[in-house]
Design a protein around this ligand. Structure first.
Ligand code: PAF
Length: 314
């Protein structure tokens, strides 16, 4: 089976590295030729909780060289989903399956529109990784990867995929209600990501300060109101307790959005708190705290080159 991982970010590298332990043919598709070449030569270097190791992975920016894929795993940022699949279209054959492991809402729909909904498998992972440099990551946390189709069907390829993940040490299971899982992850991301990006705090600190904890609770409460109105059943009973528990369990993590801000990159705010704001407007439910976080993160993104570095430059 040929598996192509699209996007050499933290998650893309983590999955490519672990999947390279399988018997399958693994490729990493990178849009940058030089970085693909570097990864090809040095492999993917991993440190952190899975010890220090190096995975040999074939990487390329040349789709012709990679050829047709049986499975494509999309690991790019949500705002790049459309472009990434359009760019990878030559890898598709009639029965290619596409798995998204991205944060936020809307990716499954974008991929479905481009390639047909029946090919798309949605996924949510609790693995944690930080990109240290090109092809170099820290495996920051272990967690389950849950996959499923929006229509609840479980095709044979999905069982096969679960088996491969489990064999290489990426704990995986299948869910018939992936929508509720995507929303359950979204609620966690709405509470943690933007707030950590704005305050530049690691996940655990957000619940240690009474002020950030209060904001986190307000943001999550608003998002849960939207989920309820949309009749989404979350996989946990107490969302506030769950988000706080995740902050604690991932205390040392630099959230993916904070990683983006520290690297002065575009964030996934539009697909996380931004999705809550859009749905709030549609449904007539006020979500002022989510709206405020969106505006602040957008200000941070727009002002990367303007912020003062020290008091002298004032
Ligand atoms: O986006 C992230 O960083 C992660 O989904 C989470 C769960 C917030 C942990 O850092």
């Amino acid at each position: 089976m040929k598996i192509v991982i699209v996007g050499p970010g933290a998650m893309g590298c983590l999955f490519a590295a672990f999947l390279s332990l399988s018997k399958e043919e693994i490729w990493l598709l990178d849009k940058t030729k030089d970085r693909a070449e570097l990864i090809n030569q040095q492999g993917i270097i991993i440190e952190g909780i899975s010890e220090n190791w190096q995975a040999k992975v074939k990487a390329s920016a040349d789709k012709i060289k990679i050829g047709k894929a049986d499975l494509i795993i999309i690991c790019v940022k949500s705002f790049d989903t459309k472009e990434a699949l359009e760019n990878a279209k030559t890898l598709l054959k009639e029965n290619t399956t596409i798995l998204t492991l991205q944060n936020g809402l809307g990716n499954v729909e974008i991929l479905g529109e481009l390639a047909g909904q029946e090919r798309v498998i949605a996924g949510s992972t609790n693995e944690g990784a930080t990109l240290l440099a090109a092809g170099r990551i820290r495996h920051a946390g272990r967690g389950q990867t849950i996959i499923g189709r929006m229509d609840g069907k479980i095709p044979v390829e999905m069982r096969f995929l679960r088996e491969i993940f489990n064999k290489v040490g990426l704990e995986a299971r299948i869910s018939r209600d992936i929508k509720s899982l995507l929303w359950s992850k979204l609620i966690i991301n709405t509470g943690i990501n933007a707030l950590s990006a704005i305050t530049r705090l690691k996940n655990g600190k957000l619940i240690e300060f009474e002020w950030t904890r209060r904001i986190l609770r307000e943001v999550v409460t608003e998002a849960v109101k939207i989920a309820k109105r949309k009749r989404i059943k979350l996989i946990y009973d107490d969302p506030l307790a769950k988000v706080e528990a995740v902050s604690e369990a991932t205390a040392g993590n630099i959230s993916s959005m904070l990683q983006d801000v520290l690297r002065k990159k575009r964030t996934e705010i539009d697909f996380i708190n931004g999705a809550i704001v859009r749905l709030g407007q549609e449904l007539g439910i006020p979500v002022p705290n989510n709206s405020l976080l969106v505006d602040l993160v957008k200000t941070i993104e727009a002002s990367y080159s303007l912020t003062v570095a020290s008091m002298e430059s004032c």
